[in-house]
Design a protein around this ligand. Structure first.
Ligand SMILES: CC(C)(COP(=O)(O)OP(=O)(O)OC[C@H]1O[C@@H](n2cnc3c(N)ncnc32)[C@H](O)[C@@H]1OP(=O)(O)O)[C@@H](O)C(=O)NCCC(=O)NCCS
Length: 372
């Protein structure tokens, strides 16, 4: 047996959804740079699920389906009110709420292709409502009902604040959603595929994926980046803070990647947005500090920033609470998870690797009275 720690370099499946080749990320053959500049998130959802960009009519149909399915059962909101609200991380609340949505879906265990697609629509439609409702309930505010006339990005920001967002905010948020939508066999997507490869249901697959995304080595890194920026506080403190962390062999959140070597192609878009938005809200120091951190980490460790590094200051400038950064990642990645789950069902085989045993062997049971 050859052990490959962390499954690095192991090709575990074929997939026609997204690819990372020579540090270029494509969704179904479209370069992410092209999509980030031109596509709406809804178009990307359609692309990931159908492997083609939608016609006008197909897009309208998807938007209508998302709008019609965006409300969530009142029981989910009542449940939020029962949580020990000041102690619950929104990712934990999201994980529980998505699992709970399955209890209210009569088709949860219907495994036909059509029923699974309908569940995909429901989950993609409801996740913004879940995240924003929790964000408001924990502050003692009433959730804001989704609006049918707003696009996906605008509706999220509207439900979060209760106010219609401006065009710059919608454009930035849409771009962030497009950039996070899918990423080949990342840890949470792999988790989702492992789960549904047992022929478990879509809700179980997504709940498992949210659990994997929550960790700071994966989606949790964007919140950790903002925490670090706040801890650093001033541009003068960047150098001593980062050097000390590197000396102590601590990881700098938002840097490094398992697959990319020269750099994460998504980071440059978020960097540009961070520069623009931090200036716009009169807080350019977040961007300036980030650039300085990048200079040090790149020169000292040859580690370029990943998608999470500049998304932190972008979301901060959009007025989003820092512990909602990872749930927002989930709102977008839901589209990729669902595409992979549907693809897994289409050509399923149980995913069950092996472990090389390193424990003791040839032991004989000793009665409890005789154990020292
Ligand atoms: C993304 C990540 C988990 C990839 O992990 P990986 O492929 O298993 O790489 P490793 O953790 O084994 O790191 C390899 C080497 O680079 C170093 N390294 C990797 N990321 C680092 C970081 N962010 N800061 C400092 N050093 C880092 C490791 O310490 C290790 O050094 P060593 O060989 O001297 O021990 C890792 O880069 C990381 O933890 N980054 C920070 C968290 C993050 O931003 N996650 C979001 C990813 S999109």
């Amino acid at each position: 047996m050859t052990v490959t720690r962390g499954l690095e370099g192991v090709v575990a499946t074929t997939s026609s959804i997204s690819s990372i080749i020579d540090d270029t990320l494509t969704y179904v053959g479209y370069n992410i740079d092209d999509l980030a500049e031109n596509a709406t998130f809804e178009e990307v959802v359609y692309l990931l699920w159908h492997r083609e960009l939608p016609t006008k009519q197909q897009l309208e149909e998807l938007k209508q389906q998302l709008a019609e399915n965006a409300t969530i059962p009142k029981e989910v909101i009542e449940h939020f009110k029962m949580y020990p609200i000041d102690k619950v991380h929104p990712m934990a609340a999201l994980r529980t709420a998505i699992s709970m949505l399955g209890l209210y879906d009569e088709e949860a265990d219907v495994m036909t292709k059509e029923a699974n697609y309908r569940k995909a629509i429901r989950l993609q439609a409801k996740i913004p409502t879940v995240v924003t409702a929790f964000a408001r309930v924990r502050k003692g505010l009433e959730p804001v009902e989704p609006r049918k006339d707003l696009g996906f990005a605008a509706n999220f920001l509207y439900m979060l604040t209760g106010e219609e967002p401006n065009e710059t905010a919608v454009e930035a948020f849409n771009k962030a959603l497009v950039l996070h939508a899918d990423h080949e066999l990342n840890a949470s997507t792999f988790t989702a595929r492992v789960c549904v490869a047992t022929l478990s249901d879509v809700y179980s697959g997504i709940t498992a994926a949210i659990g994997a995304l929550k960790g700071p080595l994966h989606g949790g890194a964007n919140e950790a980046v903002m925490k670090m920026l706040k801890e650093i506080g001033t541009i003068d403190n960047v150098e001593p803070y980062i050097r000390k962390k590197l000396e102590n062999k601590e990881k700098i959140m938002g840097f490094g990647h398992r697959v990319y070597r020269k750099g994460d192609p998504r980071a440059k878009h978020l960097k540009k947005m961070s520069e623009k938005l931090t200036k716009l809200v009169g807080e350019p120091h977040w961007y300036e500090m980030s650039v300085k951190i990048e200079e040090i980490v790149t020169s000292e460790k040859s580690l370029p920033p990943n998608v999470d590094f500049y998304s932190a200051s972008v979301y901060h400038c959009l007025g989003i609470d820092h512990d909602l950064f990872t749930p927002i990642f989930a709102v977008s990645r839901m589209s990729g998870w669902l595409a992979h789950i549907l693809e897994q069902y289409d050509n399923n085989r149980l995913i069950r690797p092996r472990a090389e045993y390193t424990g003791p062997s040839m032991r004989t049971y000793v009665p409890i009275e005789q154990r020292g």
